[in-house]
Design a protein around this ligand. Structure first.
Ligand code: COA
Ligand code: AMP
Length: 625
């Protein structure tokens, strides 16, 4: 039996005892006596009687253990040309001061703080300061527009907003303050105050009585101690795309999250205290929450916080420069980033300029990695390249390769095998398990392990409806795929209206709502079309209202601008086509899957339920125009 099989067997034999042992790696104020309460929340809660503080576990305990002088964060910013190291002692002091500043302005345990920041250390400091107070942070990705920010402000009703004056994208400075001001203007809920980190690239004007300078507030803050919270108290809300325009507020609790993430650092990534770990993501996404901020710090690692892009800042060798310069042992990125690098440096010439002898493994997630990209990286880097599958909801990998258990031989295209803690099943439409190797819906048998979202913010019924109602007794991942005879999981794609664009999770439903709001549009459909670099890109088809005589190109340009304005540049919506009609079933359902096949140039057959097969030729004609 392999180490992996032995570990799975140990977990299966006694799941609660297995997680209670994992929980010993966390400092508890009151250690949990109950591992799991199946009767609480939509699918049970972990460690319900435990009391802890996540910030203490991420910072103070490492200082107490003698790691004060070790770098906790390395901020490497090719956008500004600066590299800043912050030790555990410095980070603890800065976080405690910011917590004091927030508390002095009325932020208390259980209250929300919205964080809208680029990739600067202050984003992590703000998150940890909230955790220190037991306040609930909600980080919003910088590429979202004011309307998206306003929707999150209304749902989370934050007492405070912490922001920066600007973000830095290649070739342009993105002023954040006008977006925040517009969002607060639009939102029904108004925060009491905003702290604004002034960046020299574009300082912002502060609104007297509402806005304060972040740096001054942090510096003057009286260091605040860690506030005890119960394991089931919320640590954060992270909004993610669902099937409609209203994003889902994924809730993460303190105790299960700390236990699962700390455990994953050794089991999956094979790193320990003192190691340098780098997740090249953004704090606005779940990967950033889990593997830039919380997990590496819980484990006492040095985490790299990178403000740049895989290419163009300044070139396709940047990732390897960062690995070499900081001695990164394990790296995590999205396949789309590797595809971008490979396109510019196929022979690995820029890679060869850097000493990558300390880099031991590369992990990938965010979308399925196409085998040629995984094989290219493994060959060039000569290290294991491990694809692992997870979701914002789960917070850590459902399937993976396990460095601590001996990695499996590579299976490019597969997401690995289930992590101990996750019971992955493939179900047919009736909820029956299919034969090994057959495709179906990927579902997780309840209970979910610690770290997975226990509920949705203000929307417990939506949680049950979205995840637990399709297959009673299971969590529906909304991914389709198969599990082969050897237990490898192959994730084939979403079964809902969520698409993955350059590793960013987006809702086609949300984009359809925007297109439908254009005065000339009668109806529309948005699908994710295959893209060699970004994996998928959104493609909009619109039918115009009768009598609209304006040029199609003009309307298409307006639609592109409208999505950018309402959802944000991250939607990467650049292609809107006018079509005479949309293909539908006889009951009126738009045949999005067929549209997608046509857009991808794949063979397609008119579904038996189609209302009028001739429409498919019209669509094909419009898409090849
Ligand atoms: N703030 C403001 N704007 C942002 C932004 C941010 N944080 N992030 C992206 N944008 C903007 C980009 O500037 C771009 O704007 P543009 O339309 O004016 O050019 C737009 O959003 C689309 O961005 P993106 O889809 O990322 O495309 P790109 O061409 O800029 O970059 C990649 C392509 C592949 C290099 C880039 O997408 C990438 O690095 N992806 C990896 C993503 C990742 O790590 N995801 C985490 C999951 S693990
Ligand atoms: P997010 O919530 O942004 O992490 O996106 C989650 C979705 O991304 C999943 O439901 C999958 O569709 C997709 N995804 C993430 N990682 C992988 C992977 N390794 N392989 C295949 N799909 C993935």
């Amino acid at each position: 039996m392999s180490r992996y099989e032995a570990e799975r067997a140990a977990w299966r034999a006694d799941p609660q005892g297995w997680w209670m042992r994992a929980a010993r790696a966390i400092d508890w104020i009151t250690p949990p006596r109950t591992a799991f309460d199946p009767h609480s929340g939509p699918h049970g809660r972990w460690f319900p009687d435990g009391v802890l503080n996540t910030c203490h576990n991420a910072l103070d305990r490492h200082v107490a253990a003698g790691r004060g002088a070790q770098a906790a964060l390395i901020h490497d910013s090719p956008m500004t040309g600066r590299v800043t190291r912050i030790t555990y002692a410095e980070l603890t002091d800065r976080v405690a001061r910011l917590a004091g500043a927030l508390a002095a302005r009325g932020v208390a345990k259980g209250e929300r703080v919205l964080i809208y920041m680029p990739m600067v250390p202050e984003a992590a400091i703000a998150m940890l300061a909230c955790a220190r107070l037991g306040a609930i942070h909600s980080v919003v990705f910088g590429g979202f527009a004011a309307a998206e920010l306003a929707a999150r402000i209304n749902d989370a009703t934050p007492r405070a907003v912490i922001t920066a004056s600007c973000g830095l994208e290649p070739g342009r400075v993105v002023p954040y303050k006008p977006l925040l001001d517009a969002a607060i203007g639009m939102a029904a809920h108004k925060p009491d105050f905003c702290l604004v980190l002034q960046r020299p690239e574009a300082p912002a004007e502060l609104i007297p009585g509402r806005d304060e300078d972040y740096a001054a507030a942090e510096a003057a803050g009286a260091p605040h101690p860690c506030v005890p919270v119960t394991a089931t108290d919320p640590l954060y809300i992270l909004y993610t795309s669902g099937t409609t325009g209203q994003p889902k507020g994924i809730v993460r609790d303190h105790g299960g999250h700390a236990v699962a993430l700390q455990h994953s650092m050794r089991m999956i990534y094979g790193v320990e205290a003192g190691d340098v770990y780098w997740a090249a993501s953004d704090v606005g996404w779940v990967v950033g929450h889990s593997y830039i901020v919380y997990a590496p710090l819980l484990a006492g690692c040095t985490s790299v916080l990178f403000e740049g892009k895989p290419v163009g800042t300044p070139d396709a060798g940047t990732f390897w420069r960062v690995c070499a310069e900081h001695g990164v042992r394990v790296m995590f990125t999205a396949p789309t980033a590797l595809r971008a690098i490979r396109k510019e440096d196929p022979e690995g010439r820029l890679m060869a300029r850097h000493d990558l002898s300390r880099l031991e493994a590369l992990f990938l997630a965010g979308e399925r990695c196409d085998p040629p990209t995984a094989e290219w990286a493994a060959e060039r880097l000569n290290i294991p390249v491990v694809d692992h599958w997870w979701q914002t909801e789960t917070g850590w990998a459902i399937t993976a390769g396990f460095r601590d258990h001996g990695l499996f031989p590579p299976r490019p295209g597969s997401g690995g095998k289930p992590s101990p803690g996750f019971d992955v099943r493939v179900l047919d439409a009736e909820g029956q398990e299919v034969a090994p190797g057959a495709e179906g819906a990927l579902a997780l048998r309840l209970p979910l392990p610690p770290g997975c979202a226990p509920t949705l913010w203000n929307a417990e019924a939506r949680y049950t409806q979205a995840y637990l109602s399709t297959f009673p007794g299971f969590y529906d991942t909304s991914d389709a795929g198969r599990v082969d005879e050897e237990g490898f999981v192959w994730v084939m794609g979403r079964t809902d209206d969520v698409i993955n664009v350059a590793g960013h999770r987006l809702s086609t439903g949300a984009m359809e709502e925007v297109l439908a709001s254009h005065p000339d549009v009668a109806e529309c459909a948005v699908v994710g079309a295959a893209d060699a670099l970004k994996g998928q890109v959104p493609l909009g088809l619109v039918v115009l209202k009768a009598g609209v005589a304006r040029g199609e190109a003009e309307i298409a340009a307006e639609l592109v601008a409208l999505v950018r304005q309402r959802i944000g540049p991250v939607a990467a919506f650049r292609d809107a086509r006018v079509v005479p009609r949309l293909p539908k079933t006889r009951s009126g359902k738009i045949l999005r899957a067929t549209i997608r096949r046509i857009a991808d140039g794949q063979d397609f057959a008119a579904p038996a339920t189609i209302d009028d097969p001739a429409i498919l030729d019209e669509i094909q004609e419009a898409l090849t125009r």
